[in-house]
Design a protein around this ligand. Structure first.
Ligand code: ZN
Length: 314
């Protein structure tokens, strides 16, 4: 098996679907997950364990997690906003919990009605809960730090504050951290500073990046994060996604464009881009929406496109 240089993780099934009204049938979600795994994506955030009243699009979270666990080779991740959500996700056997809080005080209040410190304390309780599980039932715990590059309510989120949260969360003993530009405010210089700063604080802890392409800087921010040593990125097929509590926060980084860029740069993702474009066609056929983004799907692959693995072999 080829060594992977950069891991690309699909989050559209959660981040994208929660931001549109249409409720995707469970079997279509699972077909999406199966097909994208067959194209080489190894990790998918398949659902969010928030109360179904808040997000009816995620009401089938338990079923989706159980179904996704049947897909060979897939790491099944689920977003959990609190300990209750973590318990529900563990009950279904999710491989990874993505526990998310906002670094911006007001965004966190609006989102989960907690202060930043209260959310950090809740993360501590989730770590305690996960550590108390027998090893065969213990998921990986990723801490997601939303609005780390700016906030639709507060505007600036001071970088020193972001790094303080990184330090406190790393000290809890999480397995991974993801620093997120939830609302597409970040720029490459800021990305380089924050990820370099976080890397110094967090030591060996893996740190992933979650960017939205709201203002067209998604891939530029990916390159800046690569420069800072990040090797795991969230993206969504067709580039849709957002946050119901961050108005205007449309569009995760487009998965096909991300894979195209990384592979063209000689970085192996393990993803077969031609197959990935087929999966995009599948979700386009299922979703009644015109919110798809992405340049490669429109322009097609250039004649001289070669995957990083085939470049290396040549
Ligand atoms: Zn997001």
């Amino acid at each position: 098996m080829t060594k992977i240089d950069v891991v690309v993780r699909e989050v559209g099934m959660r981040d994208g679907l929660q931001s549109i009204k249409f409720i995707m049938p469970t079997d279509k979600k699972l077909e999406w997950a199966r097909r994208e795994t067959e194209a080489g994506v190894t990790e998918i955030e398949v659902a969010s364990f928030v109360p179904p009243k808040l997000l009816p699009q995620m009401a089938d979270a338990a079923e989706v997690v159980r179904g996704a666990l049947e897909i060979p080779g897939l790491t099944v991740s689920a977003l959990v906003p609190n300990l209750k959500g973590a318990e529900r996700a563990v009950e279904q056997g999710a491989h990874k919990l993505n526990c998310v809080m906002s670094v911006s005080e007001k965004h966190n209040q609006a989102n989960v009605r907690r202060s930043v410190q209260e959310s950090i304390d809740e993360f501590g309780r989730i770590v305690g809960f996960v550590r108390g599980l027998p090893s065969n039932r213990r998921p990986q715990m990723c801490a997601g730090l939303a609005t780390s590059f700016g906030c639709t309510i507060e505007g600036d989120v001071p970088e020193a504050h972001v790094l303080t949260v990184v330090e406190k969360v790393a000290a809890l003993g999480v397995d991974e951290m993801a620093i997120a530009d939830t609302v597409g405010y970040g720029n490459p210089a800021q990305v380089r500073r924050i990820f370099s700063g976080a890397r110094k604080i967090a030591g060996k802890l893996p740190i992933a990046a979650h960017f939205h392409d709201t203002r067209g800087l998604g891939l530029a921010n990916v390159v800046a994060a690569l420069d800072a040593g990040v090797t795991a990125f969230d993206a969504s097929l067709g580039g849709f996604g957002g946050c119901p509590y961050a108005p205007g926060a449309s569009g995760n980084v487009d998965m096909e464009d991300l894979v195209f860029m990384l592979e063209s740069m000689g970085l192996k993702t393990g993803v077969d881009l031609a197959r990935l474009l087929e999966v995009r066609k599948f979700i386009e056929s299922v979703l009644p929406t015109d919110t798809f983004a992405g340049a490669v799907a429109v322009a097609g692959l250039p004649k001289n496109y070669r995957s990083a693995a085939s470049r290396a072999a040549a």
